[in-house]
Write a protein that binds this ligand. Structure first.
Ligand SMILES: NC(=O)c1ccc[n+]([C@@H]2O[C@H](COP(=O)([O-])OP(=O)(O)OC[C@H]3O[C@@H](n4cnc5c(N)ncnc54)[C@H](OP(=O)(O)O)[C@@H]3O)[C@@H](O)[C@H]2O)c1
Length: 373
């Protein structure tokens, strides 16, 4: 029937019969000589029941897929399934990364719940996850920026949600990736891209200068940990909000910690009577409105979660995939001024527990999935 290329250690094309587990349906994507790629259809056997598909050559079986976490419809952690799916194709200007670790972000479960339906097309079944650290496994046409074996990390958000980073392999255009900081582990590096790029963008757009003071809401979370360190590295004074168990953590990052909640403005004024130069709201829930009176120039209020910031005179910012900016963060990490606290790691097949954990809203730094292949 169809020639299949795969077998993990071979690129040879085999003229052989396509095998699927009986009763299992697949779509073949293309019939090119490099082999048909397969994607299971809704209604087929996937997940913990473990789909098997491969090419028969003599008496051998060749696994053509990769282990991944999939969603077949909108839902919560309970809808995440472990499944073997086809490996993503590597297009022009892209590389395919063997995932060592995948960062978990609140947006992952928000997308799964349908909360970002206005902004992103989700093609089910889909693999969640936008943050990756790993090793370049193959290089597509015209992608000279990277070679097989390079250690990289990246925010690999695509135009639609389908092939994400909760998998053994993920593809990315070269512009989304940077070389992994040597000073950091794969787990630390995987926790950085989305939050680090978002934090960097907010700090740049707020025009934060050395010796200025910035109030960071949710300074102990993923974005907050990144933003606090970047601002401190740039010579700013950081007042960071967190609950008291995180105050020594924030002090270690170089911030002055303050408790959030009623009386916040008074507590901040006790530290900086003239108020702050910039407010970065990384939590929402009214934090921007509650604190905006601390700001002389309201255009320097930036929120990543709360549209009310616009009514208050500020703006809302979204992090963007950006390999160059990620290289800046990697250099900062290798200079010893930037790292990422990994609060907890989970195995890929424990992704549902990782989502329940991050849904608590009290992660210190990042939660990361580890991936063995
Ligand atoms: N626009 C974008 O591009 C963008 C990018 C990244 C993230 N986001 C969004 O931004 C938010 C933060 O993301 P994240 O990854 O940093 O989340 P996260 O890591 O889950 O944030 C957890 C942190 O929030 C703190 N926190 C909880 N309630 C708080 C409050 N009322 N005041 C101050 N701190 C509070 C917790 O500190 P305590 O444990 O001390 O309470 C914890 O350290 C999420 O809603 C996410 O979806 C948007």
């Amino acid at each position: 029937m169809t020639a299949l290329r795969h077998g993990h250690d071979s690129t040879e094309a085999y003229g052989s019969d396509l095998f699927v587990d009986s009763g299992t349906k697949f779509i073949e994507h293309g019939s090119d000589r490099n082999g048909a790629l397969l994607w299971a259809q809704p209604g087929y056997r996937v997940g913990r029941r473990n789909v098997t598909f491969g090419a028969r050559r003599s008496a051998d079986w060749f696994h053509v897929g990769m282990k991944s976490i999939i969603l077949t419809r909108y839902g919560g952690p309970e809808n995440l399934e472990v499944a073997d799916v086809s490996e993503p194709k590597v297009g022009p200007g892209e590389v395919r990364v063997q995932v060592k670790a995948a960062g978990v972000n609140p947006v992952d479960w928000k997308l799964a719940a349908g909360g970002l339906d206005d902004f992103f097309v989700v093609k089910f079944p889909c693999i969640p996850g936008w943050d990756v650290a790993g090793v370049v496994e193959s290089v597509g046409p015209d992608a000279p920026e990277f070679s097989v074996g390079d250690e990289v990390f990246g925010y690999v958000r695509k135009d639609w949600v389908e092939y994400g980073a909760y998998a053994e392999l993920v593809t990315a255009s070269v512009g989304m990736l940077a070389r992994k900081p040597q000073a950091l582990t794969f787990e630390q590096a995987a926790g950085i891209p989305l939050v680090g790029l978002t934090a960097l963008r907010t700090i740049r757009l707020a025009r934060l200068r050395p010796h200025e003071t910035v109030l960071i809401h949710a300074a102990a979370g993923g974005v907050g940990s990144a933003g606090t360190q970047i601002a401190v590295a740039e010579g700013a004074r950081v007042i960071g909000t967190a609950s008291s168990p995180n105050h020594s953590y924030l002090a270690d990052l170089g911030a002055t910690p303050v408790e959030y909640g009623d009386g916040l403005v008074d507590r901040v004024r006790a530290e900086v009577p003239d108020g702050v130069d910039v407010i970065l709201d990384y939590v929402g829930g009214g934090a921007a409105a509650q604190s905006v009176e601390l700001l002389a120039d309201r255009s320097r209020l930036i929120s990543i979660t709360d549209a009310e910031a616009i009514d208050l005179g500020g703006r809302v910012v979204w992090g963007r995939p950006d390999g160059r900016a990620l290289t800046e963060l990697a250099e900062l990490a290798d200079s010893g001024r930037f790292t990422m606290n990994v609060a907890r790691t989970y195995r890929l097949d424990e992704a549902a527990d990782a989502w329940r954990d991050i849904q608590s809203g009290h992660t210190r730094g990042k939660i990361v999935l580890t991936v063995d292949r």
